[in-house]
Ligand binder design. Structure first.
Ligand code: CA
Length: 225
């Protein structure tokens, strides 16, 4: 378990590092939003949870959350706010925070929130995939977009699952062929393009942004709205 602490107050940071360490959690610290975004975007960094102070100098905690949610819909985030106003809490939750703790807080309270957030994320991680307004229930094999059920054929399902496991990554036709069709399927065949177009039609809901982008010469990618 590794936790990213995004906090500009050194006193709070060392309090958190010390407490979390004694509970067996590894930590990394970002004193500002820029550093947090670098950590969260680095491919060699892996976090199980983020503690995010909203009141940061420069890039705000809200902006960090916005950037994070574009890339990763499921990483649990607990907002630390010294602002008692309910409106900040609501905004944090709207932006995709899982929970919030108002400063000053006790370590025991924070620990309970961390455990709850990790537990619920582990449960949903095993049974569903969520990217933006798209949700795949891996148990019932039902897909939803913005609350509307989308019926998919098995190959369409496999294709969408592949995209949702790698949101915003460009997936080449060869890779899609290998993962969704039998290995060694004739790559001269335009089956990938055909299925991407089926999927686009099914995911297309009037008023909502298209989700699957063609990257010329490279493949396709799923954009989180
Ligand atoms: Ca602060």
């Amino acid at each position: 378990m590794r936790i990213l602490i995004v906090e500009d107050d050194d006193g709070i940071t060392s309090f958190l590092v010390k407490g979390l360490k004694s509970e067996g959690y590894a930590t990394a610290c970002a004193p500002d939003g820029e550093q947090a975004i670098r950590y969260l975007g680095a491919t060699d960094e892996n976090f199980d949870l983020v503690l995010l102070d909203l009141g940061l100098p420069g890039t705000s905690g809200e902006e960090v959350l916005r950037v994070l949610r574009r890339r990763d819909a499921s990483l649990p985030v607990i907002v630390l706010t010294s602002r008692a106003e309910i409106v900040d809490k609501v905004r944090g939750l709207e932006l995709g925070a899982n929970d919030y703790v108002t400063k000053p807080f006790s370590f025991a309270e924070l620990l309970a929130r961390i455990r709850a957030a990790v537990r619920s994320s582990a449960q949903s991680a095993s049974t569903e995939l969520v990217v933006g307004d798209l949700r795949l229930d891996l148990l019932t094999k039902i897909a939803w977009r913005a609350g509307r059920r989308i019926d998919l054929a098995p190959r369409e399902w496999a294709l969408l699952e592949l995209f949702m496991r790698h949101p915003t990554h460009v997936l080449s036709r060869a890779r899609i062929l290998n993962e969704v069709w039998e290995y060694g399927f004739d790559p001269g065949n335009n089956v990938v393009d055909v299925y991407v177009s089926y999927l686009r039609k099914k995911l297309n809901i009037i008023g909502l942004d298209p989700l699957i982008q063609t990257v010329r010469g490279a493949g396709y990618r799923l954009m989180a709205p």
